[in-house]
Design a protein around this ligand. Structure first.
Ligand code: GRG
Length: 329
């Protein structure tokens, strides 16, 4: 495996500022109708943690063409973040969510119909950006990733309220709906800077594990987190019939399983706050929280090991810093 000196020429923040500029460029509203412009600007202006473009750029640092391809990495990061934003806009419609990134959601502010079209508009801009500006033979991978995310969401939706959801099936769902974009981020960054195939594969695996870790954390925060810190509503999964890791582990705990199964039956018939509160409190007292944390630790261990097997590169510690940030729950 080749190893070469990597100049830390741009700080991650500098790169992400450029990603921001490209998001504005790709999502620029069409001239003419100021009302439409206002909606699109609102939708495209809220910023989250930018984890996916961050990972894309860090993966790109492993390639020999990093310096020449820095602008391209930032453009791809912007396009990937726009795919993510479009998925969040759609997700908030489905969940009837009032808040995202600490701000009113597009659906709460402008209505569900406008939100559907706005999410689609942003996705169309991504397709246009890929087709016109980034023609590098990888366009289909973006489309396939969107397809996989959608399949994960469809499977999750048709499994709502199912009391026989297995841990394996749930892991397959989150691999699709969440880990896919992280895997794409790492693969797109590493490919754009011409990493060797072996390095691309390893970075993709790291990306996928990071996505799994991220979703396990998100699931945990829904049970033990705080709305202010999360920037969105918490304690929503159970009532919506989305049975995630902490609950699935709690169902394997004989102390709580029987009571919890009765609550699942009640929840299927009628979604009340009372049964939701009882179920959340039971999950908190069960092994569900500790086992979810243990699963997260196992992902973290694997990611550490895989980073240590990559050529030495300042990006390695930066990826580890993201991982450590996610470990803190
Ligand atoms: C249009 C691509 C597309 C998909 C439509 C609705 C849907 C199908 C997909 C939703 C996928 C989804 C919301 C997965 C959950 C991933 C998740 C926990 C996202 C939150 O990501 P953060 O915390 O968000 O990185 P920020 O706000 O920081 O960017």
């Amino acid at each position: 495996m080749g190893s070469y000196i990597v100049m830390d020429k741009w700080s991650t923040e500098e790169s992400l500022n450029l990603v921001d500029d490209y998001i504005e460029h790709y999502a620029a509203p069409p001239a003419g109708n100021s009302e439409i412009g206002k909606i699109i600007r609102y939708a495209a202006s809220s910023r989250g943690k930018m984890l996916r473009p961050r990972l894309l750029i860090l993966a790109g640092m492993y390639g020999p063409e990093y310096e020449n391809r820095h602008e391209k990495l930032c453009r791809l990061g912007a396009l990937l973040e726009l795919i993510h934003m479009s998925s969040l806009i759609h997700d908030d419609i489905i969940d009837d969510a009032p808040l995202r990134r600490g701000k009113e959601t597009v659906q709460a502010k402008f209505g569900k119909d406008v939100a559907v079209y706005t999410g689609d508009f942003l996705l169309a801009r991504v397709l246009c950006g890929l087709a016109k500006e980034e023609r590098d033979g990888r366009e289909a991978e973006y489309a396939e990733a969107i397809e996989t995310v959608c399949l994960g969401e469809i499977e999750q939706d048709i499994s709502r309220f199912s009391s026989d959801m297995s841990i394996e099936r749930y892991l397959a769902i989150i691999r699709g709906k969440t880990a896919t974009l992280f895997k794409l981020a790492a693969g797109a960054g590493a490919t754009a800077t011409k990493c060797d195939k072996e390095i691309i594969d390893r970075l993709e695996n790291i990306g996928e594990l990071l996505g799994m870790l991220f979703q396990a954390r998100d699931d945990l925060l829904d049970y033990i987190g705080d709305e202010k810190l999360a920037g969105k509503a918490v304690q929503t999964d159970f009532k919506q019939g989305i049975y995630t890791m902490p609950l699935l582990f709690a169902l394997e705990d004989h102390e709580t399983a029987e009571k919890l199964r009765k609550m699942l039956e009640e929840n299927k018939k009628c979604q009340s706050n009372t049964v939701t509160e009882k179920a959340i409190s039971l999950v908190r007292k069960s092994c569900g929280i500790e086992r979810t944390k243990a699963l997260m630790q196992s992902y973290i261990g694997k990611i550490r090991e895989m980073i240590s097997e990559l050529p030495r590169n300042p990006a390695g510690n930066k990826i580890l810093a993201i991982v450590e940030g996610l470990a803190d729950v």
